[in-house]
Design a protein around this ligand. Structure first.
Ligand code: UDP
Length: 218
């Protein structure tokens, strides 16, 4: 039986995940691993064919699996929906050197880059992406389609809702068990921000301490 594995997105994010996907599929003689990218189709990138979505769906295979390696949470969610509607299965990819401690639940389709640490008693939703050197500390609850750019430090008892993007090097203060620090759905945390208090849904916050972007301009 032949299986076709597609990594959706052949730009920066996808090319950073591809070696991990290749390693996790190992030497399986029946698995073929390609990029899917609607803008870059027709080329070979880093040793892999790049095909567009329609070609991927038509390519002969007994089984088709997709991992979506697109950093933008809403773009990733839209692509996941398209793949699910086409009846495709999802696979996740994790670097062999990531650290997962006790009672860590991670939903389908997660991409866990090298040097990521997930400590204990953590719940993470679907299609999470934790980029290089990020960590998630104890008792965090993270929703679906959340992206951590490299070196995000998310301390304990933080609750992050769906579709949040956390920029590189951001630092999120620890919450309390009875009052977790909350980051609302669709929020964007700027690169290097130091988040010391709750962030409302849809807000973009930047700086130290992190404040809404609009408030800084005004
Ligand atoms: N892409 C796609 N189909 C879509 C949306 C995005 O093929 O419906 C591809 C797009 O062509 C691009 C990649 O996904 O090559 C996203 O790359 P980008 O540079 O925006 O960011 P990255 O997620 O790699 O940081």
């Amino acid at each position: 039986m032949s299986s076709l594995f597609g990594l959706y997105g052949a730009s920066g994010c996808g090319r950073g995940i591809m070696p991990l996907a290749r390693e996790s599929l190992g030497a399986s003689p029946t698995a073929r691993l390609v990029f899917i990218d609607d803008a870059l189709a027709g080329q070979r990138l880093n040793g892999h064919e790049v095909m567009d979505f329609d070609t991927f769906c038509r390519e002969p295979a007994d089984k088709r699996h997709v991992a979506v390696a697109i950093a933008n949470p809403s773009t990733r969610a839209a692509v996941v929906l398209k793949c699910a509607d086409a009846g495709l299965d999802f696979f996740g990819v994790a670097a062999t050197n990531c650290v997962r401690m006790d009672e860590v639940e991670v939903g389908t389709g997660a991409l866990i880059s090298p040097f990521v640490t997930l400590t204990s008693n953590i719940r993470i939703g679907r299609h999470f992406h934790a980029n290089l050197y990020s960590y998630v500390e104890h008792d965090c609850v993270i929703g679906d389609f959340v992206t951590f750019a490299p070196a995000v430090r998310c301390n304990g008892n933080v609750h992050i809702e769906d579709g949040v993007y956390v920029g590189a090097g951001a630092l999120i203060r620890q919450g309390k068990p009875e009052a977790p620090l909350r980051i609302g759905a669709g929020a964007v945390i700027g690169m290097g921000a130091v988040v010391t208090k709750d962030v409302p849904a849809g807000a973009t916050v930047v700086g130290n301490p992190a404040r809404p972007l609009a408030a800084r301009r005004g």
